[in-house]
Design a protein around this ligand. Structure first.
Ligand SMILES: Cc1cc2nc3c(=O)[nH]c(=O)nc-3n(C[C@H](O)[C@H](O)[C@H](O)COP(=O)(O)O)c2cc1C
Length: 208
């Protein structure tokens, strides 16, 4: 699908966007404009955060050598234990999607956004509360523009190397790497547990 063919290009409704959000791991070679990226990053930076500290930092990586270095780290972590730890814990279809991403398709994404959290504002174990809402905004904004994206965390297990590649100083800790690009595949609806199985009325155990 090219940017112009994207069916979501004409301002989809919020619920169209949020109910069709999927992890996309296969991308076409079409470039993503700075204008689209600006919209996506503006949405990300409008997320709520503890004490409004806004402890997120985004490094947009388009340069091929840096993308290759980052996706190589992700693949090595996956092949060096990630896949083994995931096997048997997720459906085969998901294992296959993640495996394809790490071993083949993520390096084809035209850009990666490295998301870091600022440990100068909060201890690392509390940063996720503030950083991941921004990442969710980012994913939804990308989807609203018809772009594919995926929240990945595999690379952060070698965070020091990610800092090295992206120039992040020690206090800015990598917390996600998000590939973004025009989807090369049409993803079906998200596989989600129905509301009725997740929601209780007034007290746990009372059906919704
Ligand atoms: C905290 C978090 C970490 C994730 N890490 C990875 C990852 O390292 N690699 C990957 O391919 N997908 C990753 N995902 C994407 C999930 O696999 C995906 O959101 C989930 O399977 C639902 O699939 P769907 O988006 O296709 O509906 C992550 C998602 C979250 C929320």
């Amino acid at each position: 699908m090219t940017p112009d063919e994207s069916p979501l290009r004409a301002a989809p409704s919020f619920f169209e966007v949020v109910l069709h959000q999927r992890a996309c791991r296969e991308f076409s070679a079409d470039p993503v404009s700075d204008g689209d990226l600006h919209q996506i990053l503006e949405a990300a930076t409008h997320a709520p955060s503890a004490m409004n500290h806004q402890p997120w930092v985004f490094v947009v990586v388009r340069e091929e050598a840096a993308r290759t270095a980052l996706t190589t780290i992700m693949r090595e972590l996956w092949e060096g234990g990630g896949r083994e730890q995931t096997e048997g814990r997720v459906p085969d279809s998901l294992l296959h999607e993640v495996d394809l991403g790490f071993t083949k398709t993520l390096p084809e994404a035209p850009l990666l956004i490295v998301v870091a959290g600022d440990t100068g504002t909060a201890p690392l174990e509390q940063l996720g509360w503030s950083v991941y809402p921004a990442v969710q905004n980012l994913l939804l904004a990308a989807n609203a523009l018809g772009l594919g994206s995926a929240l990945t965390t595999m690379g952060i297990f070698r965070g020091a190397e990610v800092q090295d590649i992206t120039g992040l100083p020690p206090e800015l800790v990598p917390m996600a790497i998000v590939p973004i690009g025009w989807p090369a595949v049409r993803l079906g609806p998200p596989r989600r547990i129905p509301v009725a199985q997740k929601v209780h009325r007034e007290r746990y155990g009372n059906p919704w």
